[in-house]
Design a protein around this ligand. Structure first.
Ligand code: DAH
Length: 336
């Protein structure tokens, strides 16, 4: 019986080696390995083997079966590969041919500035907020400490939808909204977005523009923390060596108020300043209207002009370029 098994093994391996197709191979599988195959028939004879020989014959039989099965798997793989190679060879698709080019969009330079500033403030633990562009007089002006007759409203003439609804003139109303939403808890937010003013468009003015509002409210927020945040912002944007100058200013919603100027040197090495942001310590009235006790809480706020930063950063001569959708302009800002 042992020799019969060996014989089957030799024959089977030989035939498997010779198989030319998957069909041939399948026939051989039936011949040798199926329930009624040669190997099974011999294994059935195992019943009649004397007891002391059973372990030995059994072992040989298993080895033979294992060897045949392995040979099958190996051959099957070879035949499958052969089929694949044949298909590839007969297929005349050249995968090296260049494909059809299509144009990638680019991130708009203003949004590149916004994303850059968002990166910085996210890293400092701020949340990013949004607010409506159609805003109520209440949030846009009154809660920003500009009641109906406040003269500062004159600087922010806008597009009115009704007497009480207008296109927001700044992102500051998000301060009021965030305070009411936070219900007395500390706040650290920035809010980028579009803003609108009735303005005559020229090279440096546009009736639509972008701002990024910032607001921090907590206990013990000092002017030093405020100034350091502004310095970090400017250095993030314009390099670690940059200096800033805070110039006293006036906004109804902050006290004290400042304009943030960035120091620069012109071609002749002369020192100059460019204003990039209005800011200040949050006015006590704004804090109380937002639900905070100004005796316990303090805060600072800033409003960054996104176009201004982009103009400075990229040396752009006319603000209109940002809005014209001229690809010759926009393509220059591919991959910042
Ligand atoms: N909202 C002001 C404007 O559009 C800018 C501004 C100034 C925002 C001071 C602030 C601030 O948050 O504290 O002119």
């Amino acid at each position: 019986m042992q020799s019969k098994l060996e014989e089957i093994k030799i024959k089977a391996l030989e035939n498997i080696g010779k198989a030319k197709s998957l069909e041939d191979l399948d026939e051989l599988r039936i011949k040798y390995l199926s329930k009624k195959g040669e190997l099974s028939l011999i294994m059935q004879g195992l019943r009649d083997v004397p007891l002391d020989l059973k372990p030995l014959i059994g072992k040989v039989a298993n080895e033979v079966k294992g060897a045949i099965e392995n040979a099958f798997l190996l051959k099957k793989e070879q035949l499958n590969d052969a089929v694949l190679f044949e298909m590839l060879a007969s297929d005349n698709l050249d995968i090296n041919l260049p494909g059809i080019k299509f144009n990638h969009g680019t991130i708009h330079p203003l949004n590149q500035v916004v994303e850059d500033i968002e990166d910085l403030f996210l890293g400092l633990g701020y949340q990013i907020k949004e607010g409506p562009e159609v805003e109520s007089d209440l949030y846009n002006f009154e809660m920003m400490n500009m009641d109906k007759d406040h003269p500062a409203r004159a600087m922010q003439d806008s597009f009115y939808i009704t007497n009480d609804l207008l296109l927001r003139t700044h992102t500051s109303p998000v301060q009021a909204r965030s305070m009411l939403e936070a219900k007395g808890k500390p706040i650290k937010i920035i809010c980028p977005g579009k803003t609108y003013r009735r303005d005559s468009d020229d090279a440096t003015h546009s009736h639509q523009f972008m701002q990024i509002e910032g607001l921090v409210v907590d206990k013990n927020i000092t002017f030093a923390v405020f100034k350091n945040t502004l310095l970090q912002l400017i250095r993030h944007l314009f390099g670690e060596e940059r200096e800033i100058r805070l110039r006293p200013s006036y906004f109804p919603f902050t006290e004290p108020s400042v304009e943030v100027d960035v120091v620069y040197y012109n071609k002749d090495g002369k020192k100059g300043y460019i204003e990039v942001c209005g800011a200040g310590m949050v006015h006590p009235n704004v804090l109380s209207m937002g639900g905070y006790d100004p005796k316990k809480f303090s805060g600072f706020a800033f409003g960054i002009g996104v176009e201004r930063i982009a103009i400075l950063k990229y040396g752009i001569e006319n603000i209109r370029n940002f809005y014209l959708n001229d690809l010759r302009f926009l393509k220059q800002f591919r991959g910042k």
